[in-house]
Write a protein that binds this ligand. Structure first.
Ligand code: PYC
Length: 332
């Protein structure tokens, strides 16, 4: 019966938690972070569930483990761990990971000020600005993002018939804009969204198959984005992203904002050079931008940028004890 120990730096990005595992993660030989993610899911998912769920985490918990990259083209490899699984990419998680890794000396990019990250979804650039010894902000240049489908329909428990689009920004998002049966984020309470979303996500994936055109290993709608009008003067829109089984992102959601910009670009509502400031359910903001247009397979898409901030909230040494019946975590 062993005890497994993990050295973690805890923090949050615009309100959403990030637990960076700085030591104790499993050694996994792989030729890419995508392959390492597959091997981690197959053999070590108990580490994710133990570190993310109660009693050591909670429904919104999210984090990362740093790995040596597969080539000198990158500064570091990032594996995302979350209550929803091992995401291909996580925006708020990346902003928090880069902030804490730079501040704690865990990451020294070849070019100071720009970290080249190998994520399971591909290369993500993280440009960070310092304020003395602390990181003031991180701007991500995210993976190619695209509008995957528009004007789809589904019969939703509670709300009734809903129309939605699907866009990819590092994960697949079903995006629900205000409409006859959904009055929008701000008018519908968050508890209702948490109740409705998991059942709705199952129905969406039964009805529609989403597969990444270049990497078929990335498939399925994992996140739901409920949108509404902004409440902050600087913001263009507000959103509540549902992930896992009970989580609403407290940050404006990096991959969600990327997906939203790809959706708006695909509909002719955003163009290269435009900015898009996104507000979260707690009022925190990410500054988004459309950097350039790209082709993703045969799909027209964009390279989005996302800028936000994070702070360290503490350090923790966490033990997973094999005698503990709740070693791998639980959710009620
Ligand atoms: O920021 O990309 C993100 C994210 C995904 C799930 C929670 N946050």
């Amino acid at each position: 019966m062993a005890r497994h120990t993990f050295f973690c730096v805890d923090g949050h990005t615009c309100g959403n938690p990030v637990r960076l595992v700085a030591g104790g993660g499993p050694r996994i030989e792989a030729t890419s972070m995508f392959e390492r993610r597959q091997k981690f899911i197959a053999a070590y998912d108990w580490i994710r569930t133990g570190l993310m769920f109660e009693p050591r985490g909670h429904d919104m918990m999210s984090g990362s483990i740093l790995y040596p990259p597969s080539s000198d083209d990158y500064d570091v490899g990032v594996l995302y761990i979350e209550t929803s699984g091992c995401l291909p990419m996580c925006g708020h998680g990346t902003i928090g990971t880069v902030t804490m890794a730079i501040e704690e000396g865990l990451l020294t990019p070849q070019t100071p000020g720009v970290a080249r990250l190998e994520t399971p979804a591909g290369l993500v650039l993280a440009e960070y600005e310092m304020d003395g010894e602390y990181v003031a902000s991180v701007k991500l240049t995210n993976v190619p993002s695209f509008l995957a489908a528009e004007g789809l329909e589904i019969d939703c428990p509670h709300f009734g018939r809903l129309t939605f689009d699907v866009a990819y920004g590092g994960n697949f998002y079903a995006i629900f804009e205000p409409q006859e049966n959904f009055a929008g984020v701000g008018t519908v309470d968050v508890d209702t969204l948490v109740q409705v979303s998991p059942k709705l996500r199952t129905l969406l994936n039964e009805a529609y198959e989403m597969v990444h055109p270049v990497n078929p290993g990335i498939r399925g709608i994992t996140h739901l984005q409920w949108t509404g009008p902004a409440t902050q003067p600087e913001a263009d829109a507000r959103n509540a992203v549902f992930y896992g089984d009970k989580a609403i992102d407290r940050s404006p959601c990096g991959t969600g904002t990327s997906a939203r910009m790809a959706q708006l670009h695909g509909k002719g509502l955003l163009k290269v050079g435009d900015s898009f400031t996104h507000e979260s359910v707690i009022g925190s903001l990410f500054e988004g931008g459309v950097k350039e247009e790209v082709l993703v397979g045969t799909k027209r898409g964009i390279i989005p940028t996302i800028k936000g901030w994070a702070v360290k909230t503490g350090t923790s040494i966490i033990t997973l004890d094999e005698r503990d019946p709740y070693m791998t975590g639980f959710s009620v």
